[in-house]
Design a binder for this molecule. Structure first.
Ligand SMILES: C[S@@+](CC[C@H](N)C(=O)[O-])C[C@H]1O[C@@H](n2cnc3c(N)ncnc32)[C@H](O)[C@@H]1O
Length: 285
């Protein structure tokens, strides 16, 4: 399956299998998220939230932003399509003794069971951008957010020279082409698409801001090579590229390109400290 095949449901052996869900459950994003905790906390701090506040974290993974948000006193629901990450998130919440934080399985394209106007804040940091139907995603995020509340997204930017955009570009080059009609998740990093999607969900252009910001992947002990090895073993989109490259005898070529990228972008002498530019989107509902 290519990185891009995250869209439609297909019947496999009688059971309905959602490729988007399969892609993210195939790995274990927790292994990558270990490098994202610092920046996740920084993003949450920068929101300046003042409880009481009901928040949704969409595509929350194991809680990189949901946990710090709950620690600030917000009531947080984390929704993710990957059941293993929902389980990991609930475990982290229990370990932290956070009663105001719950994780549940759900699809950003259709937040069924979530009432209209439920949250003051809908946050999605590199999460909802990976759902296959962007117009439905924008509509759902606006629908579940209270009037006067905010949707905040962090989205990777296409053709950006920094780490994640380049990692996904290299990975895509080793995977089969996407099916016709496929919309790349990276289009969520372009202002024109953001305005069009939220516009169709009823939000005027003047209520939308999109500015670039920097995220850091940080680890004091693990090297950039070890970081890449984690992507190869645990990050669905890179795992897919590795499988395809292996079938074509190009696994080493892919590995070398990814390691070269990580080393070139690393700013730390001892461990890993890799900056990545993203688009920070704020929508007033
Ligand atoms: C790059 S990870 C980011 C996770 C988390 N926000 C973080 O910052 O650590 C992308 C997340 O989006 C989730 N995801 C992908 N498609 C989704 C969908 N359609 N609905 C809900 N979550 C989805 C994946 O399972 C994964 O946890």
């Amino acid at each position: 399956m290519s990185l891009e095949m995250m869209g439609t449901n297909t019947a496999l052996g009688g059971a309905t299998k959602n490729p988007n869900q399969a892609l993210w459950e195939k790995g274990d994003f927790t292994e990558i998220a270990a490098f994202m905790r610092q920046s996740g906390e920084a993003v949450v701090e920068s929101l300046g939230v003042t409880p009481p506040l009901c928040a949704l974290d969409l595509g929350c993974g194991d809680g990189t932003t949901a946990l710090p948000l709950a620690l600030l006193g917000a009531d947080v629901t984390g929704v993710d399509i990957a059941r293993n990450l929902v389980e990991a998130g609930n475990k982290r919440a229990a370990e932290a003794g956070l009663k105001r934080l719950k994780f549940r399985e759900g699809d950003a394209c259709n937040l069924k069971g979530v009432d209209d106007d439920s949250f003051e804040l809908t946050l999605s940091v590199f999460g909802a951008m990976f759902a296959p139907k962007p117009f439905d995603v924008a509509k759902e995020m606006v629908r579940v957010t209270k009037p006067g509340g905010h949707v905040v997204m962090g989205n990777w930017i296409p053709n950006d020279p920094t780490f994640v955009s380049q990692l996904l570009r290299i990975s895509s080059a080793f995977t089969p082409p996407p099916p016709e009609g496929f919309i790349s998740p990276m289009t969520w990093g372009l202002e024109s698409h953001i305005i069009e999607r939220f516009g169709r969900a009823g939000v005027p252009k003047e209520n939308i801001s999109a500015v670039t910001d920097t995220y850091y992947f940080a680890h004091s002990e693990k090297s950039p090579t070890e970081f890449i090895e984690l992507f190869e073993r645990f990050y669905g989109p890179t795992m897919t590229a590795v499988d395809a490259a292996r079938n074509n005898g190009k696994e080493e070529e892919l590995h070398n390109q990814l390691v070269e990228l990580a080393n070139a972008q690393n700013k730390s002498k001892a461990g890993t400290f890799i900056p990545a530019t993203f688009m920070r989107v704020t929508v007033k509902v």
